[in-house]
Design a protein around this ligand. Structure first.
Ligand SMILES: Cc1cc2nc3c(=O)[nH]c(=O)nc-3n(C[C@H](O)[C@H](O)[C@H](O)COP(=O)(O)OP(=O)(O)OC[C@H]3O[C@@H](n4cnc5c(N)ncnc54)[C@H](O)[C@@H]3O)c2cc1C
Length: 554
């Protein structure tokens, strides 16, 4: 007798919705979560300034009208404390907490071919068995720290932004170092610059950033939003990124330079990702168009940062605007106009080591009270690599994905039967407004589970041919986009993660856009899950007859 029919690993936005669906269907299921509470991204990341860059009301779950009607998002881009309150509210409202087990990290999972089930090793010493395994591990859930010598020797306080102490950190009068200038650092720096004694920012490569333009949402505005939820979600569903922002469909070169400037001036003053996603589509594909727009943003940086030398340091030279997910900022550039803030270019003077009192670069020693590692995540595949997941014949997932993931639809992996990943690498989640992709992925995976159940199948697995075709399709989607040239998490680059240094592109996210992705998922389901074998090991399947998986010809 197995312990569970389904075990879900991870209690973030995805795991919460997944367990809701399973409980509603009366399936014996539980969530195992490594952290001490639910919320995933929003349980960690308690650093000052942590907030959405999705409009709050497009981020929330769409599955319950009652939930939509009762929740009031207070800010257009809500902060971490409210986001965590929201997720706890959802869990309580639907009585989901009793189906979750916290402080339970899954260290290993082994497939038992004879019995068609998974055997999990949990950090609390238990071994649990389950027929089906849902990996809701998160794509940004494993923090990546730099690999400096002497990190343990520092006598002050130091932590990664993901581990920002839950009780808060007194900052007044303190000498603080922030290492990194990615999305997190950009949020932290803008928030703490006027609250610390001194702030020194260590930058290796600048990122393009644009204003968040956050604001409060009044009762009247929230009432209006509630009345428009159907329309809002319909817009999200038809846009490539799952946001409210729709691309400007005029041709970049068909309008005059004045018209382009008019659009950009307007978007720069508007809230959210419009500057990125409501822009001309050529920004993503055409080097010249991208260069012209990047120069426009560089001009904005020069206007906002008073010291010309600092402004030049903050302007990226190695990639154009929008070829990586764009950090949105509040008072970020103005922080560098303050007397207590300085910028160290560690590409010119690299950090040599952490000392007892601070940091040593090739140029000099710096003393600090607090060092903040804002160095991001072992993105997309990190959490998968951290579980010793062994499939058919003991195949190890981390080993198979050493050079990059291969999946079927981003939701399943050949050689790993009965595993579903509602937001897996190569799925539609990472490149969009995450929760829109999460609901889609959870619903598709749940339907597949139901299908298997209804047909009495104790086993399912995608064929290697179908997975290879999907991964090729994912790769093809990169070919037309400038983002393939960027060193960032869309291409699997991270110099702080062994094996992820420069040199090899990893095709980790699906860039075909949400509508196309939805179309493919629907087609596969409607075909009776062509590309997936049920009830028998994949190598004895009808693989040979699957010359093309549905939807992949476009
Ligand atoms: C600072 C920050 C801001 C963001 N802002 C936005 C935004 O505005 N809009 C947007 O669309 N996206 C945003 N994201 C992306 C964000 O990750 C997603 O929006 C969403 O929260 C992902 O939910 P999830 O459930 O897939 O993953 P997560 O929230 O990462 O949850 C995964 C959970 O799995 C658990 N887990 C992993 N491995 C194991 C294991 N072996 N055993 C047990 N438990 C495990 C983790 O502890 C974690 O709780 C942001 C991310 C960060 C880091």
């Amino acid at each position: 007798m197995l312990d569970y029919e389904v075990i879900v690993i991870g209690a973030g936005v995805a795991g919460i919705y997944q367990i809701k669906r399973l409980v509603d269907l009366g399936i014996k299921a539980t969530v195992l979560e490594a952290a001490g509470g639910l919320g995933g991204t929003w349980y960690g990341n308690r650093y000052p300034g942590a907030r959405f860059d999705s409009e709050s009301y497009t981020y929330g779950y769409s599955f319950s009208r009652e939930l939509l009607d009762e929740w009031h998002w207070k800010e257009r881009f809500s902060g971490q404390p409210e986001n965590l309150r929201y997720l706890n509210h959802v869990a309580d409202k639907f009585d989901l907490r009793r189906h979750m087990q916290f402080n339970c990290r899954v260290d290993g999972a082994e497939w038992d071919e004879a019995g068609s089930f998974w055997r999990l090793t949990v950090s609390d010493g238990r071994t649990l068995t389950t027929r089906f395994l849902v990996l809701a591990l998160g794509l940004l859930s494993i923090p990546a720290r730099p690999r400096y010598e002497g990190m343990g020797s520092f006598k002050g306080r130091s932590f990664h932004t993901f581990d920002w102490p839950h009780e808060g950190v007194p900052l007044a009068g303190k000498k603080v170092a922030v290492i990194g200038t990615g999305a997190t650092a950009i949020q932290v720096i803008g928030e703490i610059a006027d609250k610390v004694g001194e702030l020194t920012v260590f930058q290796r490569r600048p990122n393009w950033a644009a204003p968040l333009n956050n604001g409060l949402i009044s009762n009247e505005e929230m009432a209006d939003i509630r009345g428009r939820y159907d329309e809002i979600y319909a817009t999200c569903a038809r846009t490539p990124g799952g946001f409210e922002h729709e691309p400007d469909r005029r041709g970049f070169w068909e309008v005059s330079r004045e018209e382009r400037l008019q659009l950009w001036d307007r978007l720069y003053g508007e809230p959210g990702f419009g500057i990125w996603l409501a822009n001309f589509r050529e920004i993503f594909t055409d080097e010249k168009a991208n260069a012209e727009f990047s120069e426009y943003i560089a001009g904005r940086i020069r206007q906002r940062v008073k010291d010309p030398a600092t402004a030049e340091k903050l302007i990226p030279r190695d990639h154009g605007f929008g070829v990586q997910r764009v950090p949105l900022e509040t008072r970020y550039y103005e922080a560098y106009n303050r007397d207590n803030v300085s910028l160290v270019d560690v590409s010119a003077t690299p950090v040599v080591r952490v000392t007892e009192t601070g940091l040593r670069t090739t140029e000099r020693d710096y003393d600090f009270d607090i060092i903040v590692y804002a160095t991001g995540f072992d993105a997309i595949t990190g959490a998968y690599d951290h579980i010793d997941l062994r499939g058919v014949d003991g195949e190890r997932l981390a080993e198979s994905w050493k050079d990059g993931p291969t999946t079927f639809l981003g939701l399943m992996v050949a050689g790993f039967p009965n595993v579903l990943m509602p937001t897996g690498p190569q799925s539609g989640s990472a490149s969009v407004n995450f929760p829109r992709g999460i609901e889609l992925g959870v619903n598709w995976c749940t339907n597949l589970l139901l299908y298997a159940r209804e047909h009495g199948h104790l086993r399912f697995e995608p064929t290697r041919a179908a997975a290879a075709r999907w991964s090729k399709h994912v790769q093809d989607m990169y070919a037309m986009l400038l983002l393939r040239k960027a060193k960032g998490w869309f291409t699997g680059y991270n110099s702080n993660v062994p094996g992820h240094e420069e040199g090899r592109i990893r095709y980790v996210v699906y860039n075909g856009g949400q509508p196309k992705y939805v179309g493919i998922l629907n087609q596969v389901a409607m075909s009776g899950y062509e590309g997936v074998t049920f009830g028998e090991p994949a190598h004895t399947s009808r693989e040979a007859s699957l010359s093309s998986a549905p939807g992949l010809s476009a």
